[in-house]
Ligand binder design. Structure first.
Ligand code: ZN
Length: 57
């Protein structure tokens, strides 16, 4: 299994309790698969929800 590292804060999933490891979020972007730890995922979702979709207008 590939090492999972948060793309925002650099934390690794190794050593996380399993219940928290499940909360990690994977995303696909132009660089391939990236991961976000639970804290960064929560911030990231807030960012996404704070932006209006381009076709809203
Ligand atoms: Zn993080």
């Amino acid at each position: 299994m590939a090492e999972v590292t948060c793309s925002l804060c650099g934390r690794t999933r190794d050593g996380e309790p399993p219940v928290r490891a499940l909360a990690w979020v994977s995303e696909q972007d132009e660089r391939g698969q990236t991961w976000l730890c639970p804290e960064c995922a929560r911030e990231h979702v807030r960012d996404i929800e704070g932006k209006l979709p381009a076709d809203y207008w």
